[in-house]
Design a protein around this ligand. Sequence first.
Ligand SMILES: *Cc1c(COP(=O)(O)O)cnc(C)c1O
Length: 394
Amino acid sequence: MNMSKNAPTTDQKTDTRLTHAGRDPASFHGFVNPPVVHASTVLFPDTASMAPGASRYVYGRRGTPTTEALEDAVSELEGAAGTKLATSGLNAITLACLSCLKAGDHFLVVDTAYGPTRHLCETLLARLRVETEYYDPTLNGDIRRLFRDTTAAVFTEAPGSLSFEMQDIPAVAAAAREIGAMVLMDNTWATPVYFRPLDHGVDLSIQAGTKYIVGHSDVMIGTVAASERAWPQLQDTHGAMGLHVGPDDVYLALRGLRTLSVRLERHASNALAVADWLAERPQVAAIRYPARADDPGHALWKRDFSGASGLFAFDFVPSVTKAQALAFLDALKLFGLGYSWGGFESLAIPVRLQGIRTATAPDNTRQSVRLHIGLEDPRDIIADLAQALETALG
Ligand SMILES: *Cc1c(COP(=O)(O)O)cnc(C)c1O
């Protein structure tokens, strides 16, 4: 067996990277996985070893073999100059924003960004005198119209949270680069397995690892992977914030990463089967899932992404009332009612866009539901949806 370090090669396929990235058995007596290093203090043999740059590890917060293993694996997967870990997905968003924004900057944020991202912009970033402007996700290259002399960064997310609009990420990134603005992307939906933001001009690729990387609904963690030009500032900001993720959580994320692509494949095929079934129900007006040919974002998804995850939403026909939509959710037995997604189990939540869209006018006349399709047998998932539709809507 080859125990030597798996030098990353550019021609390795994603599944091969997922299996080998961030592992160096030869450094750990041949054990397949890295140790879970619980550490604050690192002891040095002498004062010379304490000089800056003289030792690989200096203090727990500054990195351990466990944190490095996950960072290296994500960097390889993302094609990044470097990766830093954060204590949650939202913390990763905060880290990425703070690493490229300063007082007086203009910050363009997609209107369909994850809700708490907007909260960050409207509180902490506003207090630091960063001016956020929300933009329509369908602007794509026309985002140029909104550029100012002070525009420092553009935040993207595709598909959008809750409503699933696609963005032309290469077009947004190309426009931003014309004025030297940093491009951030919350890529939690596709994961780097199905879309590699840095290959498309993004500088800071954000993952709520809590979702598919961890995959088992038991850990909160985030990652930010940086391009060459964004990496120095990301490193500095991470250090300044004193961020550190506990080794057990890092280890569970690394374990989840190994099976990311096989889980995603099943999530996607189950989700497509369920979405196709739902599309035929008389109570359903539209499915919001870029992987389906009738989705407005399908062409962009097909051009840029190599797969879909198990998260989508659907709209009821206008005659379905709010009370009926909630009764439908309450009637579900297999689906859990709960925030988050990306774990092995199916989840559902009501979608409310009121108050979390300002640059676009969402259709608030229809009731919508977001589903995360888990790894259960799709026939059982469909049976649950069928009985809930019957119970709530007749
Ligand atoms: C859940 C989520 C986050 C935040 O992740 P946490 O780990 O819950 O903080 C960020 N972005 C998207 C798109 C998410 O769905």
